[in-house]
Design a protein around this ligand. Sequence first.
Ligand code: ACO
Length: 330
Amino acid sequence: MAMEARSRIVGTGAYTPAQVLSNTDLERLVDTSDAWITERTGIKERRIAAPEQAASDLALHAAQRALERAGLSATDLDMIIVGTISADMPLPACAAFLQKKLGAGPIPAFDVAAACAGFLYALSIGDHFIRGGTCRRVLVVGVELLSRVLNYEDRATCVLFGDGAGAAILEATDDPRRGVLSTKLYTDATLAESLCIPAGGSREPLSAAGIAQHRDKVHMNGSDIFKVAVKNLSQASRSALDAAGMTASEVTWVVPHQANLRILDQVAHRLDIPLSRFVINIERYGNTSSASIPIALDEAWREGRFKTGDTVLMCALGAGISWASALVRL
Ligand code: ACO
């Protein structure tokens, strides 16, 4: 009997820019301290893209590494989905530039704007196209150049974020033991204005006055987001497990969005999964939004931490508020 097609991650890749911005460097820009940032977030340093780099340049490196790892070339791809809120330009999509730079065919290529949940939104969409039989191989990318949309005079935001890209190749498989087991996507806009870039869209087009007031940069009420993050990440993780008929004790690794070590500590507690089973690299990259999960996934894979058959739970939450989870058997 033919098995239902499901998607499997057959390659990952990541790229982070060379320039390091440490907490000590930030002490020279705003009224902050290495001690405050480390204690409140777990972050020690983050990467900053070079002036000539755009999102598709970072994404290209990550995508090429994922293709190489999968033993595939760009012409093998049936779709490109990029999770980003810092595309090269407002129009067209970052995915369009990536399609050209990779040399992929005239395939569907589009961006998903779900902020920090962007990679898991893209993964879920790719998984559905593969399950539906429309695609066999989908490139899923998370990429952000948040340094371009941060106000380096606002200590409440500029210390948190960094630049980077991560990618995964999904491929159809009929192996019932492996692949994406479940994905869950959510948005609740009650707190939409607690994390936003107020100007530069149709509500408030860019103006000299708006730029002078940094309204084209990220504005965030961190404590609002913190509380909802702990609750929703735990809920989404449980929903992904329930959908696959599994329990937290069966999870080998959690690869969470890297926003704040204290959020992860509380999520670990709520899920009753020890923090030692979480893949954490926030100390080196800060919050890279949609790129954080695929970067962590790729690092853990290359370090040999993952074994075939491991069950990996991913969860993310960001602006929107949009949040998501995915359960994958490697
Ligand atoms: N250095 C020193 N002091 C600071 C800094 C800083 N960088 N930033 C804020 N403070 C001060 C505040 O001014 C405040 O001072 P006050 O008490 O005198 O008013 C004090 O520290 C406490 O501020 P809080 O905001 O209450 O600090 P909190 O413990 O909540 O930590 C943080 C702030 C780290 C932002 C936390 O709330 C957080 O991580 N929130 C979640 C962020 C997140 O997950 N975002 C979603 C993803 S991002 C995306 O979607 C793009």
